[in-house]
Design a protein around this ligand. Sequence first.
Ligand code: NAP
Length: 510
Amino acid sequence: MHVLLPARHLLPSLLCYKPHYRPISSLSIAPALVRSEGHSGGRWVPATSTFPVLDPSSGRELLSVSDFGVQETREAVRSAHTAFQSWRVTLAKERSVLLRKWSELMMQNKEDLAKLITAENGKPLKESLGEVVYAASFLEWFSEEARRVYGDFIPSPAKNKRILAVKQPVGVATIITPWNFPSAMITRKVGAALAAGCTVVVKPAEDTPLSALALAELADQAGIPGGVYNVTPCSRQKTPTVGEVLCTDPLVAKISFTGSTATGKVLLKHAADTVKRVSMELGGHAPLIVFDSANLDQAVAGAVASKFRNSGQTCVCSNRLLVQKGIHDAFVQKLAAAMNKELFVGSGFDERTTQGPLINERAVEKVEKQIQDAVARGARVVCGGKRHSLGGTFFQPTLLSDVTTDMMCTQEETFGPVAPVIKFDSEEEAIAIANSVNVGLAGYFFSQDPAQIWRVAEQLEVGMVGVNEGIVSSAEAPFGGVKQSGIGREGSKYGIDEYLEIKYICYGGL
Ligand code: NAP
């Protein structure tokens, strides 16, 4: 049933203000952290041209950044390869100490790093601070894991032979990251790579290179040797050619990518020619299932947390809300009320803001297209549904009911603040809908029935399950997906394996 809220319930989300442009010079960020050149071989390197980094709140330019091309990128790969020869033989404890120092410097500079994230990504400052702490936690975690890379001594079938399996770093790793977590998507990979003894070349997203460059400054300050952490910023125009170099250069041994499934497939094709190791953290389309057995308040809080973080722009955001018929109407009503009470749209630098702008116009157009398609096919807009009156790329947090599985929003990732609610009858139906897509990153469900909890957790075709919980990520837990959501795991005790080869040594003649 469509739940129409009285107009006054919609008022709070309209009580917003005009965002104002904050030039980067006005943000009181330590000048050493505001970098406009690439970082290669331990040096700041200009390019022959630059590209603008924009403030998504106003569309105005924050800074011009060096636009690396093929030549600068090859040079960065060579630097990483040279540095690998000495980094690979440093003691695990030395690498551990340096990673810890890097993590500590992030924490000491967390306010400045957070301001950079909010400036280039638009997310609320509180969320940016959370991201910096989360990002630093990967360096800390892998500083500990660096010292726990064990091999095996295997019982031999022959009396005169001994069998050992040792682990060695794979080599230079290309790290390609998206804009939605400008800092954490880098450290989640780089922490593991450096701990294993690999060196890296990082290509950040065009929209958010500033955080990647600030991390390079802190890596230098931590004493990480030149060439171990390189950054090749580039414009979207140059990305395909730079990306090709990074994924085909014979000196590169490993590609670790986080981004869309479509781009991941391009990179996998590049990787095939030289048979590089790959880790792929790709798109999601998370179901969030609310069973009749759920605690309603817990389910509503979980839905708000998992759907609207970063304005819906995370790969693990719930993207399809499946709600059982007995609890459906109450859930929709409570969720709408919570959205109107708790979500505040505005500039990331305003303390009240919970919803910053979307990253760019393309993102807004995708959200609009999905809503138009859903409404044309019979969905109802319970709240939101339009561009926000603040203009630019601000969008109203949106709740759709009467959603069906033929609608675009249930078939592809939204990456925006739209919560589409699908009503279902039975547990089997919910699982069938949840598993009907070709990706499987995160999935959430709310139930107080222990038997149902085991059944559903085991049947969901995803890499990560939140049971009565909307936020699941941490450095300690394995992050990754199944199906077309990717290959490999990041974080946790498993993450470092992505950067290690197993070598078998047969010691004979004994
Ligand atoms: P995207 O378009 O795939 O871009 C991601 C990165 O790949 C950017 O640095 C981009 O550079 C680069 N890129 C694009 N085309 C390339 C090419 N031909 N060669 C080399 N690099 C290329 O993804 P996005 O829109 O920025 O990010 C959103 C997507 O990331 C969503 O699908 C989301 O689910 C996914 N994601 C997944 C995870 C996870 O852990 N599974 C985490 C976060 C996000 P430019 O910026 O220059 O285009």
